[in-house]
Design a protein. Structure first.
Length: 86
């Protein structure tokens, strides 16, 4: 990627980020909606478990399943290419 394209991509990313920050102002969260009934907040342990530990565990489980299922498939890998078998 040359310098001009990198500069253009950086300016686009910065502009998009700035617009998203301006559009999602925290001041809009001060007024309550009709029917809004928030529950109790999460503790620090619950927050860490939900947003840090749970995604890591899910990633490890999915990666483990993919590894186990890919190794158990009935492949005949003899190390030779398809042309050598002909």
């Amino acid at each position: 990627m040359d310098k001009k394209n990198a500069l253009r991509a950086g300016a686009l990313a910065a502009g998009t980020t700035l617009m998203m920050l301006l559009m999602s102002s925290p001041a809009l969260a001060l007024t309550r909606d009709d029917g809004d009934d928030p529950g109790s907040g999460l503790s620090v342990i619950q927050t860490l478990g939900l947003y840090v530990v749970l995604p890591i565990v899910l990633f490890v489980v999915i990666a483990g399943l993919v590894m186990v299922l890919s190794k158990s498939s009935d492949r005949q890998d003899t190390g030779r290419s398809a042309d050598a078998r002909l």
